[in-house]
Write a protein that binds this ligand. Sequence first.
Ligand SMILES: Nc1ncnc2c1ncn2[C@@H]1O[C@H](COP(=O)(O)OP(=O)(O)O)[C@@H](O)[C@H]1O
Ligand SMILES: [Mg+2]
Length: 295
Amino acid sequence: MTYGNRNPLDSLDPTAMKEPKMPPTAPPVDQQAAARFAPARLDVVDLTASYRGLPAVADVSLTIEPHRVTALIGPSGCGKSTLLRCLNGMHLMAPHATVTGQVLLGGTDIYDPRVNPIEIRRRVGMVFQRPTPFPTMSIRDNVLAGVHLGRRRGRGTHDDLVEQALMRAGLWKEVRNRLKAPGGGLSGGQQQRLCIARALAVEPEILLMDEPCSALDPISTLVIEDLIKEIRETCTVVIVTHNMQQAARVSDTTVFLNVEYAGVPGRLIEAGPTEQIFNAPQQRATEDYTSGRFG
Ligand SMILES: Nc1ncnc2c1ncn2[C@@H]1O[C@H](COP(=O)(O)OP(=O)(O)O)[C@@H](O)[C@H]1O
Ligand SMILES: [Mg+2]
């Protein structure tokens, strides 16, 4: 399989789906990690997110299961990024942004005014499209940059924390001898893994990733995809991708959003096990999109 090839028709290639998909109740691969890391379930209930009163994505209800990778797919402008940013409250940081409905993290609505938004963003972290390390800050300090936001769990020293986060992000071996070098000196793929390490250092329960590979070369993309599958052992992952092969490769569950035409909000069309969404979708629009017949 050629990973550089982004022809959507390739998603129909059965070899693209050869990895066995775990059923929804399957336990994570590493039981020890599961005992230590127990991410809360995320339930989205009738969520509508608007900018200046205009809904960008409307009436979304969705459950994101712990220890799973959920991919959000759909055409540009259908509201994938907006929905993703709603999952940790970041949507409300945009000017004139509003939200109705609920996002329940372990049963608690993150939009309840009594809930501390900083604590929510510690529990639900975010990795962006372009790697955003602090370029002049050392690799070590980049990893620790978010740690002051959250409670430390009193396990080990910061050195341990840095090593663990870099190990989980698959970067430790490459940077262990230059932790004091500036983060900006790393390659693009390494910088993105550094951002993943920074996000993981605060031990989030859920990691949101908005097209995390779209600025990377195919090899770095594969490294990050492998990483995502491993992160699932300790953390729930929600990833936005415009690359359907990537969704097929990394996700357990796929959510298809669509927008009929510009000016109306995007809507959730279909969500289910990735294999089903790609091979036996229930909606015509899903099939048209995943097979490249869209439009
Ligand atoms: N900060 C913003 N202010 C106003 N409108 C926005 C903003 N961000 C996104 N939108 C609009 O919301 C809709 C959904 O955008 P977005 O969530 O970025 O979609 P996607 O990630 O699927 O491409 C689009 O119509 C877009 O123009
Ligand atoms: Mg987007």
